[in-house]
Design a protein around this ligand. Structure first.
Ligand SMILES: [Cu+2]
Length: 289
């Protein structure tokens, strides 16, 4: 595919991505997933993202520190404690070459899991107070119902078609008033998105679900909608991933922007990479014409 060529395009796109999504989206595509212990040193992101710094990493350390020292003693004696607190734990949790490890079959540590909760519920709660852009529920509802500039939305064909060199649209993840575990774009549920080859695409993702983390990845068409989509799928274009956003709080709904160049014509898929969500219906078609 076009990973090599697109590597040059990486920096600005990924860095424009908000908050935790940025750390995740920056990782290079195509390489093998490292073990947690290795992820600290391997596969470093472009300048500006490594080592992790700034408010997202500070938030992570403070959150994990709270879990360690809490009265529940949840993490007491956990062997993973050392790496969980530092850079490698941060990358394990928020993203690496192929997404966060907990999305790729490396289960969340037992102390986070409780019983059989959706990992998205665990991560949504943990990252509810993460830094990054926010929008109000009213703004989210407006943006999620709006036909994007330069696009034609066809309700009959369930398609949103762009022309021109740039495409920007908002995606609401699992908003109220619709079926759970779906995306809403321009008032449509999981519509097909069509852009001409070479389009610079910016997708503003808003997590409108009160109690679950969601993200968005554009991946190859053939990727099966498996429980763990990221075990078999990779971002189809460099930067085409925002792994997850935490739950909304009174400060607003978390928002992040996925930016990439839709360089190669073909039929792709956008999906939520959180385990189980694509299978439940968080997916749609992305066509580069
Ligand atoms: Cu989801």
């Amino acid at each position: 595919m076009k990973h090599t060529r697109l590597a040059a395009v990486l920096g600005t796109a990924a860095l424009a991505t908000a908050g935790l999504g940025a750390a995740a989206a920056i990782a290079a595509c195509g390489s093998a997933a490292p073990a947690p212990a290795a992820s600290a040193s391997a596969s470093q992101a472009p300048a500006g993202a490594s080592p992790p710094s700034g408010s997202a990493y500070s938030f992570y350390r403070s959150m994990m520190g709270g879990l360690y020292s809490g009265s529940s003693g949840m993490m007491g004696g956990t062997p993973s404690r050392g790496w969980m607190m530092g850079v490698s734990g941060y990358r394990w949790m928020t993203g690496g070459p192929a997404g966060p490890a907990w999305m790729r079959g490396r289960a969340l540590p037992g102390f986070m899991m409780g019983t059989a909760r959706d990992p998205g519920a665990v991560m949504g709660a943990l990252f509810a107070n993460a830094p990054g852009p926010r929008v109000s529920p009213a703004q989210a509802a407006r943006l999620g119902g709006q036909v994007p500039a330069g696009a034609v939305a066809s309700r009959a064909r369930h398609t949103i078609t762009f022309s021109g060199p740039a495409a920007r649209f908002t995606v609401l993840a699992s908003p109220p008033g619709g079926r759970d575990e779906t995306f809403r774009i321009a008032g449509l549920t999981n519509p097909a998105i069509v852009v001409p080859a070479g389009t610079r695409v910016s997708i503003d993702v808003i997590n409108a679900d009160p109690d679950t983390a969601h993200g968005l990845v554009v991946t190859a068409r053939g990727a099966p909608s498996s429980w763990m989509p990221m075990m078999t799928a990779r971002p189809a274009f460099t930067g085409a991933a925002l792994w997850f956003l935490g739950n909304p709080t009174s400060a607003g709904m978390h928002a992040g922007t996925v930016t990439f160049t839709a360089s190669t014509p073909g039929t792709y898929r956008y999906l939520c990479p959180v385990p189980g969500h694509a299978q439940k219906g968080m997916t749609g078609t992305f066509i580069v014409s």
